[in-house]
Design a protein around this ligand. Structure first.
Ligand SMILES: Nc1ccn([C@@H]2O[C@H](COP(=O)(O)OP(=O)(O)OP(=O)(O)O)[C@@H](O)[C@H]2O)c(=O)n1
Ligand SMILES: C[C@](O)(CO)[C@H](O)COP(=O)(O)O
Length: 209
């Protein structure tokens, strides 16, 4: 499992999210617990930080999420790798299993959820044309890939100067399809301060696998 955890948490405004506490433990601890079963756990931390945790390798992250994942990927050894955001603590085992199975079968897979609201274009602050929300999905993590495929995708992106917000886009840019599997709305990404209220509430009822 590759865990890009080197972000600065700018939109949240509480410092790097790896050390953000939810339900009395850090997001890093949530993620490591969710992947306690994984053969390899590689974590990118903000530059200047280092940690010691049995069975976990920590590496300095990059300027962007993509760079952090690339750094981890170069050290990964598994045939299939899962890439997960540290900012998504509520990962049900069933989601990780669905992604893993689909990645083994199709080479690349990502969990998605439906768009719950009306979706429109913002045209200079005015209500623009609606988008057919049934055709769209919100993309989550973990995303799963054959390691060689993801490495090729990252290398090509670096050569061509392609920057993307997730790994699936890089694989897609290679021309390789990415299978979609059912995600979980509880696996939302803690991004803005109000997300913390939801996260604290969820942490109170979350059952550890
Ligand atoms: N240079 C970076 C930037 C982001 N990430 C990781 O990528 C994931 C998704 O990023 P996001 O939730 O947007 O976190 P931040 O980058 O920390 O948030 P912000 O954009 O508000 O600073 C997070 O697990 C984050 O730690 C990373 O490893 N290295
Ligand atoms: C990878 C990701 O979680 C997929 O939804 C997301 O793109 C990362 O967040 P960011 O805000 O784009 O860094």
């Amino acid at each position: 499992m590759l865990l890009p955890a080197a972000g600065s948490g700018e939109r949240l405004g509480r410092g790097p999210k790896a050390w953000l506490e939810v339900g009395g433990r850090t997001l890093l601890d949530w993620a490591l617990a969710a992947f306690a079963w994984a053969d390899e756990r590689l974590v990118a931390l903000p530059a200047g930080y280092s940690l010691d945790h049995p069975g976990v390798r920590f590496l300095p992250g990059g300027r962007t999420r993509q760079e952090s994942v690339y750094t981890l990927l170069l050290e990964a050894r598994g045939e299939v790798v899962l890439v997960h955001d540290v900012a998504r603590p509520f990962l049900a085992p069933a989601v990780a299993q669905r992604v893993l199975q689909a990645a083994h079968r199709h080479g690349a897979a990502a969990p998605v959820v439906l768009v719950p609201d009306t979706l429109i274009q913002d045209v200079d602050g005015f209500y623009g044309p609606p988008a057919p929300r049934e055709a769209y999905r919100l993309v989550q993590t973990p995303q799963g890939f054959g390691r060689e495929l993801l490495l090729e995708a990252h290398r090509k992106a670096r050569q061509e100067g392609l920057e993307a917000t997730d790994d699936a886009q890089l694989v897609l840019a290679l021309g390789h399809p990415v299978a979609l599997v059912e995600g979980d709305r509880r696996a939302f990404k803690i991004t803005y301060p109000e997300d913390l209220l939801l996260a604290e509430g969820l942490a109170r009822v979350w059952q550890e696998p």
